[in-house]
Ligand binder design. Structure first.
Ligand code: NAG
Ligand code: NAG
Length: 403
């Protein structure tokens, strides 16, 4: 009897040991598996597995963009249709990445949270009838789009903390840069500016251009200024008045005595034939902020005199403009203008860049479409917390030049 009990215990005991052994075995195997599968030994295979599981990244999915608001009364934001598909993006806008649909039709997709991006124009108030989307998906990007300087913002940005995921403005640190004009290197075809540090070509030592030389001899007036906002944050009106005390500045538009209708070809021609300088003074002193006036002037045979908050070397090649903020006083600026305007060789030398660069304007929607396709963009969450500070802190009230 006692023998039987003992052998029974023995069996129990050996079963327990077996179980324990199996447990240890399984545990060891699991640990071994983890170690073998760890990046320590297996880094390439892990990546390979992951990439094989991914769908082919080359086949681009179409992204959809909804224009939620108008752009200054234009529901099409200057595009040619209410809805543009990949074909229009490729053939009309000439977008390198064109797999997008852009629409202002709110019912283009069955639900508002299906759009990949929704664009809001911040220089206009939200419409009372259609404030903000009621549903929002965490995968969507809300885009803060504006071409005007911060002083023209018509949104209460302190109410929009964390609302926007992307910015689309003229500022070079925006997610999508939306400039008034761009310069292309004629030889390479590459867009070189605006950019943080454009690879400018060296200005040739000698440059001559008989067209400008001949125009120069007929230019009898110093400077023209076209202006419709008379009192500005930049105080450009004071700079212009002080210049006017030194030489004639012809002021066209609401703030002056002269008139020339917008779009009248004679107005543009007289910049070629009559005037030496074109005042491209901005209404605000903000980083990277220059307007179409500057680019319009560059199309004519006239030297722009710029005044603004931008670092103009990010926008234009050296010696193609005269920056008022590079001078300490208005007298210094005026003296330099008299020198350049009085010497035809010097005057003509400001047009050297035309042999190397061409002005173009491209659509920011190409870049927005491309951004929505950047691998990794859909895997990352980003938003602007204090959008008001991001936007407003780029402006100043004080300029360099003294008057
Ligand atoms: C530039 O060209 C003009 C007109 O063709 C000519 O009169 C002038 O002498 C030239 N200037 C120089 C420095 O070659
Ligand atoms: C956009 O921002 C919101 C926060 O307001 C966030 O919940 C969402 O995930 C962000 N989307 C993307 C695509 O980054």
């Amino acid at each position: 009897m006692s023998m039987a009990v003992r052998s029974g215990r023995l069996i129990c005991g050996s079963r327990g040991a077996l179980l324990l052994f199996l447990l240890i075995l399984v545990g060891t195997l699991v640990i071994l598996h983890r170690v073998v599968q760890s990046p320590l030994f297996n880094q390439y295979e892990i990546l390979q597995d992951h990439l094989e599981r991914q769908e082919n990244p080359k086949s681009l999915v179409t992204r959809t963009i909804l224009l939620w608001t108008d752009f200054f009364g234009d529901p099409r934001w200057k595009l040619s249709w209410d809805t543009l598909g990949p074909q229009e993006l490729r053939d009309e806008l000439r977008c390198p990445v064109y797999q997008c649909e852009i629409s202002n039709q709110h019912e283009f997709l069955p639900a508002v949270e299906l759009y990949d991006a929704i664009v809001f124009h911040a220089a206009e108030m939200f419409s009372l009838l259609r404030p903000v989307p009621l549903q929002r998906s965490p995968h969507q990007a809300y885009v803060f789009a504006v071409m005007e300087p911060p002083g023209e913002t018509k949104h209460r940005l302190d109410d929009e903390f964390g609302f926007y995921n992307l910015t689309m403005t003229y500022r070079l640190d925006s997610d999508v840069v939306w400039p008034y004009g761009q310069l292309i290197d004629t030889e390479t075809g590459a867009v070189v500016a605006p950019s943080v540090s454009p690879p400018w070509r060296k200005r040739p030592v000698a440059f001559n251009d008989s067209v400008i030389w001949n125009l120069w001899s007929g230019k009898s007036k110093m400077a023209a200024w076209f202006v419709s906002h008379c009192e500005t944050l930049s105080k450009r009106e004071i700079l212009a008045n002080r210049l006017q005390e030194i030489f004639d500045v012809d002021i066209y538009g609401k703030c002056g005595t002269l008139r020339c209708a917008r779009g009248d070809p004679h107005c543009d021609e007289m910049l070629d034939t009559d005037y030496l300088f074109y005042l491209a003074f901005e209404n605000s002193l903000c980083d990277d902020y220059v307007t179409e006036k500057l680019f319009d002037a560059l199309h004519r045979n006239i030297i722009p005199v710029v005044f603004g908050g931008a670092d103009y070397s990010r926008i234009l090649p050296t010696h193609s403009y005269i920056d008022a903020n590079r001078f300490e006083t208005v007298e210094d600026l005026a003296q330099h203008l008299s020198f350049v305007g009085g010497d035809p060789d010097e005057y003509v030398s400001y047009f050297w860049w035309r042999s190397y660069y061409r002005l173009v304007s491209t659509s920011p929607f190409c870049d927005l479409c491309a951004l929505l396709h950047v691998p990794g963009f859909s895997h990352k969450t980003q938003f602007y917390g204090d959008i008001q500070s991001w936007w407003f802190n780029s402006c100043r009230l004080e300029s360099q030049i003294r008057w």
